[in-house]
Every structure is written in C-alpha cells, then in structure tokens.
Design a protein around this ligand. Structure first.
Ligand SMILES: Cc1cc2nc3c(=O)[nH]c(=O)nc-3n(C[C@H](O)[C@H](O)[C@H](O)COP(=O)(O)OP(=O)(O)OC[C@H]3O[C@@H](n4cnc5c(N)ncnc54)[C@H](O)[C@@H]3O)c2cc1C
Length: 475
C-alpha cells in the first residue's frame, strides 16, 4: 500500500499531517493526558513514547502501522495495558493505544459476541452475564481481552470450556502491510492458527468474534487452607479429580485483611483456593469442594452462590498497577519436592505481597489437539506462577533475586511456559512457550505477514530465514 506520509517525506514524515489523518487523538509529550496514558499495569515499564495514538477505528490502526514503518519508530500496541513485561509502552516510539475501542455486541440468540480490543475481561463478562452467558477469559477483570486472548487465555472456566482461544470464532486484523483482513478457520486459516497463542506478532486485531457459553449462577469464592506441603500437593490431586465445572486457582500468599477472615490470620501465609463451579447446581458445587475441605480444616471460607462475574471481586486488587516480577512454568504435576519448595519459599517471601499461583489445568483445554492452535501446551497438568508484587520500585533487585532463585529451584521440573506469563526473559524462554514444530510454523507465518518485524514489542517470533524484506512488508 502506498503511504500518504511517504509522499510528505520518507525521512522526516510530518507528525502534524499524521495527526490530522487520525480520527481518534494523537497525544504528544507535555500534553495533559500524556502521563496518564503512557502508564500501564507494570509500573516498572516507565517509558516515554514520542507519540501516543488513541485509535478510534481500524483505519486509525492502519495509518499508525504505516506511520511506524515510514518513520522506523518502534511500535507498541496497548489494549488492556496488562502486559507482564510492559511491552505495551515504548521509549521514544509510537504507543498505539486501543483502550478507547470499546465496542461490544452480544448476540444472545446466536451465542456470539463481537468485541473491540479496548474491552476488558470484566466489561465483557458483565455484559455477557446479563444474558446468562460467558466467554472464558482470565482471573482478573481489569485485564484486556486482546492481549489475553492472543496468548491463549487461561481462567476460571478452563476445565469446563477451555481457553479464550478455544472460543474464538474469527478476528479482524490490520496487517503489517496496512491491510484489514479477516482470519477464521475458513479465511486465512494459517493466520487464525498463529494468532491463537502467537500473541501480537502478526498484526493488530481490531475486532474479536467469540462464542458464548451458558454460565449463569455459579458457586464461587475462596477457601482458605493452612499452608503445608500436604495441602499444596493434595489440592492438585483433588482439583484434578474434581468435575470439570470446577476450575481452581490456588494462591499461596499472606492472607490479606479481608472481612471474612479472622484478624488473627491477617498477613500469615496460607493457601487461598479461588474457585468457580460453573453450574447452577449449588449442591453439586458444595460436593465438588468437599475434598478440598478434607485436606485440612479450612481457616476461613467465602463460598457463595453468585453470578459468574462476582469472582472478579476476589481478584480486583491484582488488577491495580504497581511494580512486580514474574516467573512461571508449566509442570506435569506437583510432586513432594515442588510442594515443599513452594511452602519453604512462601513462608518467608521477599515481599509480603508475593503470590505463588497454582492453576490445575486439564478438562476441555486438554481435549483440543495440540497442533490446532499456536498455544500447544495442551497436556500441561499445572501452571505455577511466582508473582512478586512489591511497593518500592527501588527494591527491584531484591525481589528479582528472590523470584529468580525460587524459579531456578522449580525449573528442573518444568516443561514449557505460558507466553502471557513471560517477562522479558530472552529468546530461549520464548522458544519454551512453543514446541519446536509450532515455533517453526509461527516463524513461517511471521515471514509471510510481517517479514520486517514491525510487530516486535511482544514475545517476538523472528520471521523465518529468508523472511526479512521478503513479501509485502515494503511500502
Ligand atoms: C494482574 C494480571 C492478571 C492476569 N491474569 C491472567 C489470567 O488469569 N489468565 C491469562 O491467560 N493471563 C493472565 N494475565 C496475563 C495477560 O493475559 C497478559 O498480560 C495479556 O497480554 C494482557 O493483555 P492486555 O490487553 O491487558 O495487555 P496489553 O499490555 O495492552 O497488551 C499486551 C500485549 O498484547 C499484544 N496486543 C494487545 N492488544 C493487541 C491487539 N489488539 N492486536 C495485536 N496485539 C495486541 C501486544 O503485543 C501487547 O504488548 C494476567 C496479567 C496480569 C497483569
């Protein structure tokens, strides 16, 4: 596609001309909104883009992609702003901010939804719940559907209804060429395969179409158990044996000062099992929880019939911005050694806000053939994530050292990583997010759709050899 900006000057394209062509807003350093807009969830990513484009539509996105190519400026794509490594903001480059694109249409009859990339998991889930429907996203309402879906999307419905990508029907996407294309099982199927786990490597998604599944009232909440290796190991066993309606995320952490927990337990290490039993059969939900209660006498419980979005109230704190360090890995299961390691480390974490999450997978997620999407760790039994949030950014080195050391102790038992829980950990770790054949196919598709690696602020897949400069990435 010929660039309008290249007609102005390829070497020094005029930002004013670009800004005039944008329907949304173009914000520069010094403008009142600038500092608020450049901030994302990971406040360690304290970067200053040379321009922030608040896109209004796919045409704005295409013009911004074009402008990035003409100027050679680094392009960061921001939707919900919860990138773990902070890739949605750039130093000196262009921040393409999609957070204002909040169009959402729920077709309850067809059980389909269209959503623009600025929609958050909470906003989508609330709107769908009004019809007794849902699409599986993650554990936190403030996270964007966009970044979450493009990495896979593992949440509270994973065992019953799979990943977010397992419920994705099609997308509208702006390519590196500036073309708006559709990708689905039938249209550009290679692209559709790649974006289901390959992240933002292949273009900017401007619309997602999802299937909706029936989720009305649920039995959901938190069960707080004493911290011991027996409890940690045992909860994986019982979560695996539970009916698929029950998905759990166990958080080994200091108990926060919440009203349903006696004050004597506040700030003491414990296991907080967050769960959703996705069925309106409350008795079945209670029965599914009983084996957890048998692991040890619960210290406290908040087990409540609630509409599905209610679970986001339990995780709202995690959605707030702040500094943090993350390391994570998939495991086949959780043996005595791993359980003991988690208990020892979490009994004296570097930060009182550190959490080790244990997500037991399986069910619907595992039934999808590994080769059918770029997210291929379908048979992983457990996802363990060390999430070390802290207050004072000057203490980064302390918390990083603690987190990395803990991770190193677990790593020999690991078998890959979830791309959405990766920090900037280097090329070898990106490769761990994909089996070799999957990575190679992703690299081929990258070479076809983004041969010059315009979309590189992500867990970057390098275009396959011969891809750079090949194809249609040239203006
Ligand atoms: C508090 C917290 C809780 C989380 N919980 C879960 C969870 O339960 N399950 C889970 O699976 N993940 C979870 N995550 C990880 C989350 O899925 C990723 O961080 C995801 O990338 C966030 O998406 P976003 O749109 O909010 O982020 P952004 O920072 O806006 O985007 C992240 C990256 O995605 C890409 N991207 C975003 N939008 C687009 C687009 N429209 N087109 C192309 N590329 C795009 C870009 O590369 C961007 O850098 C969590 C993260 C946090 C911080």
């Amino acid at each position: 596609m010929a660039s309008v900006y290249s007609l102005v000057s390829d070497s020094n394209p005029d930002l004013d001309d670009f800004a005039r062509a944008i329907t949304g807003n173009v914000i520069r350093p010094g403008e009142p909104e600038y500092d608020g807009l450049r901030r994302i969830h990971n406040t360690l990513a304290d970067k200053r883009p040379s321009v922030i484009v608040r896109a209004a539509d796919a045409a704005d996105v295409a013009k911004t992609v074009d402008y990035a190519k003409v100027t050679g400026l680094e392009l960061a794509v921001r939707a919900g702003g919860h990138s773990v490594p902070g890739y949605s903001v750039t130093e000196g480059g262009i921040m393409l901010d999609l957070s204002g694109m909040k169009g959402l249409h729920i077709d309850a009859e067809q059980r389909l939804a269209w959503a623009q990339p600025g929609v958050t998991a909470g906003e989508f889930t609330n709107a769908a719940a009004a019809h007794g429907l849902a699409t599986p996203f993650g554990d936190t309402g403030d996270v964007g559907i966009a970044g979450l879906t493009l990495g896979g999307g593992i949440g509270f419905l994973v065992r019953k209804y799979g990943l977010a990508i397992d419920n994705l029907v099609s997308v509208e996407l702006v390519t590196a060429e500036g073309r708006t294309v559709t990708a689905s099982e039938d249209v550009n199927p290679d692209l559709f395969w790649a974006i289901r786990g390959g992240g933002g490597n292949f273009g900017v998604v401007t619309r997602f179409q999802y299937r909706l599944v029936p989720v009305g009232m649920t039995l959901s909440g938190a069960l707080i158990l004493p911290l011991s290796a027996d409890v940690v190991r045992g909860l994986v066993t019982v979560a695996n044996a539970a009916p698929e309606e029950l998905s759990t995320i166990a958080c080994v952490m200091y108990v926060p000062p919440v009203p349903f927990v006696p004050e004597s337990l506040h700030f003491k290490p414990a296991v907080i099992v967050l769960f959703v039993h996705a069925s309106d059969d409350m008795a079945a939900g209670q029965a599914a929880l009983e084996p957890f209660r048998q692991l040890a006498t619960p210290l406290a419980e908040a087990v409540i019939p609630m509409p599905y979005p209610g679970i986001y109230d339990f995780t709202a704190e995690a959605g707030k911005p702040g500094p943090g360090v993350v390391r994570s890995l998939f495991l086949d299961g959780l043996d005595d050694d791993v359980a003991a390691e988690i208990v020892e480390r979490m009994s004296a974490p570097s930060s009182p806000r550190a959490v080790t999450q244990i997500r037991v997978l399986g069910g619907a997620m595992a039934r999808v053939p590994a080769e059918s999407t770029a997210f291929a760790h379908r048979d992983a039994g457990v996802l363990v994530a060390i999430l070390t949030a802290f207050e004072n950014p000057d203490e980064l080195a302390i918390h990083e050292a603690w987190t990395v050391d803990f991770f190193a102790a677990l790593r020999p038992k690991g078998r890959g990583v979830y791309s959405n829980f990766l920090e900037a950990e280097g090329e070898a770790r990106i490769r761990e997010a994909y089996p070799t054949a999957t990575y190679e196919r992703l690299a081929e598709i990258k070479a076809k759709y983004d041969p010059t690696n315009v979309f590189r602020m992500n867990q970057n897949i390098k275009p396959a050899a011969g891809g750079e400069g090949r194809g249609s990435g040239v203006l």
